[in-house]
Design a protein around this ligand. Structure first.
Ligand SMILES: [Zn+2]
Length: 75
């Protein structure tokens, strides 16, 4: 599937990427996109995915493709 991306040497689906960011399983995830930013830790490429950890919440998550760095748009 073309929407899969390599993160830290592993091929991940949008849902798997969202689970890496969230730290637990998510209900649904949108296609992975390139984020127009660099990782603050290693300068690597950052990708972004929108996902629903629950039916009432939508989160935009960011993840470095090269290291453990990630963040979300939660307050
Ligand atoms: Zn990084």
């Amino acid at each position: 599937m073309a929407e899969n991306r390599v993160v830290q040497g592993r091929m991940v689906t949008p849902k798997k990427l969202a689970e890496l960011i969230e730290g637990e399983s998510v209900m649904d995830a949108e296609p992975i996109e390139d984020a127009d930013r660099e990782c603050p830790d290693c300068g690597g490429d950052v990708i972004t995915v929108g996902y629903m950890p629950s039916v009432t919440e939508f989160v935009t998550g960011y993840k470095c493709q090269d290291c453990d760095w990630s963040e979300t748009d939660r307050d």
